[in-house]
Ligand binder design. Sequence first.
Ligand SMILES: NC(=O)c1ccc[n+]([C@@H]2O[C@H](COP(=O)([O-])OP(=O)(O)OC[C@H]3O[C@@H](n4cnc5c(N)ncnc54)[C@H](O)[C@@H]3O)[C@@H](O)[C@H]2O)c1
Length: 360
Amino acid sequence: MENRKIGIIGCGNISAVYLKNLREQFEGVEVCAVCDTNRVLAERAAETYHIPYVYDNADELCKNPEIRTIVVLTTPGTHAELCKKALLAGKNAYCEKPLGTDLKAAAEVVQIAREKGLHIGCAPDTYMGAAIQTGHKLIKDGWIGLPIGARCNVIMFGPETWHPNPAFFYKKGAGPVLDWGPYYISALAYLLGPVRRVSSVAKKTYGIRKMTCKERYGQEIEVEVPTYISGILEHESGTVSTIIITFDACSEASLDMEIMGTDGTLVIPNPDTFGAGKMVRYKRLERIHHDLEKNEWFEIPYLFGNSDNSRGLGLVDMLNAIEEKRLHCANGDFAYHVLEVMLALEQPGDGSAVEIQSRF
Ligand SMILES: NC(=O)c1ccc[n+]([C@@H]2O[C@H](COP(=O)([O-])OP(=O)(O)OC[C@H]3O[C@@H](n4cnc5c(N)ncnc54)[C@H](O)[C@@H]3O)[C@@H](O)[C@H]2O)c1
């Protein structure tokens, strides 16, 4: 139970759903401290959720002996550093995606956790939700036969239209690949297994982005990362995933993922969500001539729970796993593999192939 006393670092946009879910949806987790360099945000969270300890400095939070697990909800550039700080203070750490912005720092975090016998977890946890769990079972049960390929079109205009402080989305550690990629690459790796090779063409369409969110309307962001990426992932199994991922354009393509197999195809709802309001769709492959216009897609009701926004599910699974002495689902090795694949999608980005070293 002691590990369930947690401290949260970062009280910005995404913290609201964590705080709400940890209070209302999941039992037995006690948020006893919050921290943000913007103290007003930490105080607001503490007041709303009756949290006793408030900090504006992560070092101070890490010194609190009551806290056994630290949840890092800051912007990506600080994830590895703050997780390392938490682990070196003897706490378990769980962070929002991605695990880090470079492989060296992320590897160090995983290694420290291993050496200290602590746990490191990392979002996303959406693949633990109803939609992807259902898709996973259908694939494992052979509904699509042998998986051949997957297709993801992650096409949208960037978050400068709505996020109150969107500059970080265009800095190293974010961009469409490291911001949206975690949902898709984690889902693809979870459904189809580790990736052995990646190739992509990546480009930066705009050097400067203009914010249109009401908080910073008209302000400019200098873009550091590629924002239009067309990539191919070769899984160890031989399955080939194709992904377009961009913050530059709009499209009629849906954000759902398609997994194609020798006996059929599955459409799995957008892995940025847990699947609420949708179903997995399935079509059996016909090997005889048939009417292409005929709708032969079947909707498959979810076979698992957690279809609503269940952010925090991965953290709760980690806390349960500590007690049950098993490996948690959203673990450090998995997050490291996803990060390695994502960085290979961004660079070199000239069409050449990058061999992926990590496995999970
Ligand atoms: N906003 C979303 O819809 C969303 C969805 C899913 C995941 N995420 C992920 O969650 C993370 C946070 O995103 P966000 O939208 O909440 O960002 P945000 O900018 O709204 O909030 C981040 C907060 O962290 C604080 N912070 C930064 N460095 C700190 C430090 N060293 N110590 C203490 N506080 C620090 C900032 O002051 C800020 O309040 C990102 O990794 C993002 O990818 C965001």
